[in-house]
Design a binder for this molecule. Sequence first.
Ligand code: URA
Length: 257
Amino acid sequence: MPAPDAEPSRERLQKVLARAGLGSRRACEELIADERVTVNGVVARLGDRVEPEHDDVAVDGLAVGVRPDLVHYVLNKPVGVVTTADDPQGRPTVLALVPAEPRVHPVGRLDRDTEGLLLLTNDGTLTHRLTHPSFGVDKEYLAEVRGTPSRGALRRLREGVELDDGPTAPARVSSLGDHLLRLTIHEGRNRQVRRMCEAVGHPVVRLVRTRIGPLTDRSLKPGEWRPLTGEEVHALRLAAAPDEADPSSGPGGRARR
Ligand code: URA
């Protein structure tokens, strides 16, 4: 039987963790030494090797994306492109802007007329977490609106406005100029920002998503995309982590560093 070191698909755990954005190899060795890392539910030891394709690796109880087949892209979606896999009307879709293989899906959606950051991935677990309202990952938008919102209108936007599918949750809203608002929301309801602004009498003229949780990018031009770094993927996982990964729950818990 070959020694574990001779198996080609097994890699040193600290190398795999570093690639996934957990820090330098040295820092990842410390995570292992501190018993914060588990492999398939068992506390890892320094010197352990893993098969990234098959093993479940977690740090502080939070799954770490080490599977090499997972891809994560951020696209600066231009106006006029729809966020669906197939458009019956034959309009251009976001999928035509990123590599065809491996097949990815958009995480949530932006309206055809909304621009800005959109994630596309084949990582189903991360998608579920980022799109599930209970995990509350916030998204920031710049909205150019008609007219100049009064302080009362801003307050209504902040406190929640009544829409036909129910009131909106409190939002962070600031005025950046006479016709320019920055809004941060964590719900993902259909055309939510447009409907919120419309409800307070200031229809949106232009809408750009500028942040998804910890993820920003001011260098991508409309239509451009790039792969996320391991650090960015990990930061998104942390942002979308459920509260059950509690730092007080011992080595299986998640301590925010
Ligand atoms: N809110 C909107 O109104 N449209 C989007 O595309 C995203 C958020």
